[in-house]
Design a protein around this ligand. Structure first.
Ligand SMILES: Nc1ncnc2c1ncn2[C@@H]1O[C@H](COP(=O)(O)OP(=O)(O)OP(=O)(O)O)[C@@H](O)[C@H]1O
Ligand SMILES: [Mg+2]
Length: 329
């Protein structure tokens, strides 16, 4: 994990134009003077309490991701991968430790500032995350831009570019249920990337896809890092997907297994200049010799079957209370 930074990436609430707030209404957030990692998590611990019982879904996890870097988070079901992504994206405030995104500590942000900062800086790709069913693919992709008050002509251009980027230039008028699962996933990726976020948080984005579609999804995420300087955190059960990351970390029972516990194992031969997978050697084709350690576990499934306990990553309209997490304890 490096320490480079995406120039101009620190889009703070203070430079966010819209949402109907007067300029002075947004509390100032200190803008870091020196380059900072895109993501910096220090000693993250998440405790769930059930009566007198305590469960730590994360236990002292520290992780740094530079701009332009792709970090794969692997580990068995229940290891804490989704919990980690939620904390990195500020979706869950019930934790110990600190998370900074482009130098801004989530703890310094409240309510609509928090939602706005997230929308500007974090793109979420969450498996199974429903697209708005009554909205077309283009309208779904447009949502973050609408919430940010981007003018209509600009919105149209950016939506068209984003859909084109995921190979769905001609599908914008279709409703989600008129699209295949893989196409829906690509719409979700277009929506996550349409704002050119500094940080992309992807939870099993290839979990239920065929190998060719999975390859195209991985290519899109790599392009977000390589071409747009995004820091990408990619949760995956699939070692053939993880091999494209610059760094692979493994969670087990809420702890990072990587040597040193401070971010994991840089991959050899898959550095920042590593190419995207080609169609002939997609992420699930021609994979490394290592057997899939998670074979048999449900892709992206949550063994608890519980509902979400945190705020929505995409529908966090600052005009609603969604900027605040739902707490369970
Ligand atoms: N709100 C909650 N209440 C109680 N336990 C929770 C809660 N959220 C997460 N957990 C527990 O924390 C652990 C980590 O959950 P998490 O969803 O992060 O796992 P995961 O690594 O993403 O698993 P999977 O690969 O199945 O998606 C699990 O044991 C889970 O049961
Ligand atoms: Mg999960």
């Amino acid at each position: 994990m490096g320490s480079s930074s995406k120039p101009g990436a620190a889009r703070t609430p203070a430079d966010t134009p819209a949402d109907g707030l007067a300029a002075g209404a947004v509390p100032a957030v200190p803008v870091p003077a020196v380059p900072v990692p895109a993501v910096e998590a220090v000693q993250l611990t998440r405790v769930h309490r059930d009566g007198r019982r305590e469960l730590k879904s994360l236990d002292g996890v520290s992780l740094t991701v530079a701009a332009g870097e792709v970090v794969a988070v692997t580990g068995p079901s229940g290891a804490g991968k989704t919990t980690l992504l939620h904390l990195l994206g500020g979706l869950d405030r019930q934790h110990e430790g600190r998370v900074r995104v482009v130098g801004v500590d989530w703890q310094t942000l409240r309510g609509s500032d928090r939602a706005r900062f997230r929308r500007r800086n974090c793109g979420f790709v969450v498996q199974g995350l429903a697209l708005l069913p009554q909205a077309t693919a283009a309208e779904n992709v447009e949502v973050p831009l609408l919430l940010d008050g981007i003018p209509a002509p600009d919105r149209r251009d950016r939506v068209a570019r984003a859909l084109g980027g995921v190979g769905l230039a001609d599908e914008g008028a279709k409703l989600p249920d008129q699209l295949s699962g893989g196409q829906q996933q690509r719409v979700a990726i277009a929506r996550a990337l349409v704002n050119d976020p500094a940080v992309v948080l992807a939870d099993e984005p290839t979990g239920s896809l065929d190998s060719e579609t999975a390859a195209s999804v991985v290519r899109l995420l790599l392009a977000a890092a390589r071409e747009h300087g995004a820091a990408v955190v990619l949760v995956t059960h699939d070692p053939a997907v993880a091999r494209y990351a610059d760094t692979v970390v493994r969670l087990r029972s809420g702890r990072l297994e990587a040597p040193g516990g401070e971010g994991g194992v840089p991959r050899t031969g898959a550095g920042p200049t590593g190419g995207a997978p080609g169609t002939d050697a997609g992420p699930t084709g021609g994979g490394p010799a290592d057997a899939n350690p998670t074979a048999g576990s449900p892709p992206g499934g949550d063994p608890t079957g519980r509902g979400p306990s945190t705020e929505s990553p995409t529908l966090d309209d600052p005009t609603t209370a969604a900027g605040e997490p739902r707490t369970e304890e």
